[in-house]
Design a protein around this ligand. Structure first.
Ligand code: UD1
Ligand code: MG
Length: 455
């Protein structure tokens, strides 16, 4: 099903009360207008053109090469916005779908159905409509005695009788591209708002003897436009449940799914369990059989099979299969954690590689380090990776034993199989299989207390 689409995204969005253009506000980790462009592409759009205006350069920066652009420097209405894309529309053979950049819940399958309806009924224009319990604010669909669409009347231009109509204009349409070009040339701003209304194109086409129809949508939510932060949160709640249900249908178990926030662009394998109050951000990939425990936050994380994570944060890092993380671990960017590793409570890792089977059980900081396999870290190990000016690396070989409360002042290398006595501050390399003790020897002073009493 071939068509092109135009996304209206030039408006200011005053009610968002924001420095950021409305269409760049995000739900589930993706800007509003990107949801619309993605739905359009998923429905089969060959080309997409976004009409940008308010903070156009900022919008263009975010959307990049995902669409073409037309610029509307002054916002003179929806018809005027589409006029700015006239050059794009002129080149379209067949249908053009008009969508709004602030209506992120529209589904690809709905766009497909509307285009199919449009083609089946050989219409020059099909408006996507919805029947709402409360139609206030929307343009009303005025139908004739034969049920056909006669025109759309805006709230501000509507008579009292017209205000009673509950079928509304979603603001989304399918047009025959050349008929739209014809109608745009005839638009005038003769209305209450002095704007060029895109809705007037329907009457123009009807008057020219063309066929105009309405496609009533099944799920009213899909047309919800976002004007303020309350509507933003309502739309996000709907999108969040769509995302969560899709994961559940793919075999993911969710405990209290309403409390789980998963952004767009996350992959989760089957038999993985997500516990309450978990946040999983875009770019994260979780394999099968994992447990993501309460309060965890994952961002661009790669998690292999059977990993269990509890109340921990993992950012831009890879965790190997069978590894246990948390509670309260913080894995910062650029870490590669091997298989069957233990990253226990209050452990922070940064820009480090940790070999298979290594245990970092508690209260430890490892930064800028390469750690081998089967290493055991005692409680309270710190890699001292910053000398006040520069960061340096620490390397630790396989099967080392790092005693509790050890400082490793980098750059420093610990050979395979080395032992470090608890409380050591290591400043020099340790050859393999050595025991290194770097602390003052204990002195016990017999009779010291009695002597002090006497004084
Ligand atoms: C429009 C429709 C109304 C429909 C409603 C659905 C018209 C005249 N009215 O009204 O029938 O029920 O949408 O939400 O079309 N935009 C621009 N440039 C402009 C004006 C608007 O790009 O000059 C963009 C906005 O950013 C927005 C979209 O067009 O994404 C709709 O504009 P908006 O002002 O919200 O139109 P409504 O008055 O809500
Ligand atoms: Mg609106």
């Amino acid at each position: 099903m071939s068509f092109s689409s135009v996304i209206l995204a030039a408006g200011m969005g005053t009610r968002m009360k924001s420095e950021k253009p409305k269409v760049l506000h995000e739900i589930c980790g993706k800007p509003l207008c990107k949801w619309v462009i993605d739905a359009s592409k998923a429905a089969g759009a060959d080309d997409v053109c976004a009409v940008i205006g308010h903070k156009a350069e900022t919008v263009r920066e975010v959307l990049g090469g995902m669409c073409e652009y037309a610029v509307q420097s002054e916002q003179k209405g929806t018809g005027h916005a589409v006029m700015q894309a006239a050059d794009f529309i002129k080149n379209v053979k067949g249908s053009v779908v008009i969508l709004n950049g602030d209506t992120p819940l529209i589904k690809a399958e709905t766009i497909q159905k509307a285009v199919a309806y449009h083609k089946e009924h050989c219409e020059q224009a099909t408006v996507i409509t919805a029947v709402l319990p409360d139609a206030t604010g929307y343009g009303r669909i005025v139908r004739g005695s034969n049920g056909g669409v006669l025109k759309i009347v805006e709230q501000k231009d509507a008579t009292d009788a017209e205000k009673q109509i509950r079928e509304v204009n979603s603001g989304m349409y399918v047009f025959d591209a050349q008929s739209l070009v014809y109608a745009l040339e005839k638009l005038t701003p003769n209305n209450a708002q002095g704007e060029y209304y895109l809705t007037d194109t329907l009457e123009i086409l009807l008057n020219a003897g063309k066929k105009v129809g309405g496609y009533a949508i099944e799920d009213n939510y899909e047309i919800s436009g976002i004007n303020d932060r309350v509507q933003l949160s309502e739309a996000e709640a709907i999108m969040r449940m769509r995302i969560n249900k899709a994961h559940m249908r793919n075999g993911v178990t969710m405990r209290i799914p309403e409390s789980i926030y998963i952004e767009d662009g996350v992959e989760i394998g089957s038999d993985t369990e997500i516990c309450p109050n978990v946040t999983i951000k875009s770019g994260t990939k979780i394999s099968s059989g994992c447990v993501i425990g309460s309060g965890s936050m994952l961002q661009e994380a790669m998690i292999d099979d059977n990993v269990d994570i509890l109340s921990s944060v993992i950012i831009k890092s890879h965790v190997g299969s069978g590894t246990h993380v948390g509670p309260f671990a913080y894995i910062r960017p650029d870490c590669t954690v091997g298989s069957d590793v233990k990253v226990g409570d209050f452990v922070e890792l940064k820009n480090s590689a940790i070999g298979d089977g290594t245990k970092i059980s508690h209260l430890t900081y490892i930064g800028d380090s390469d750690v081998g396999k089967g290493v055991n870290f005692g409680c309270g190990t710190v890699t001292v990776n910053y000398d006040g000016k520069k960061k340096h690396r620490t390397t630790i070989g396989d099967n080392c034993f790092i005693g509790c409360n050890t400082n490793l002042v980098s750059p420093v290398n610990v050979g395979d199989g080395a032992y470090i006595a608890a409380g050591s501050t290591i400043t020099d390399d340790i050859p393999e299989d050595n025991l290194s003790i770097a602390r003052a020897r204990q002195v016990n002073k017999q009779g010291w207390k009695d002597k002090r009493k006497a004084e």
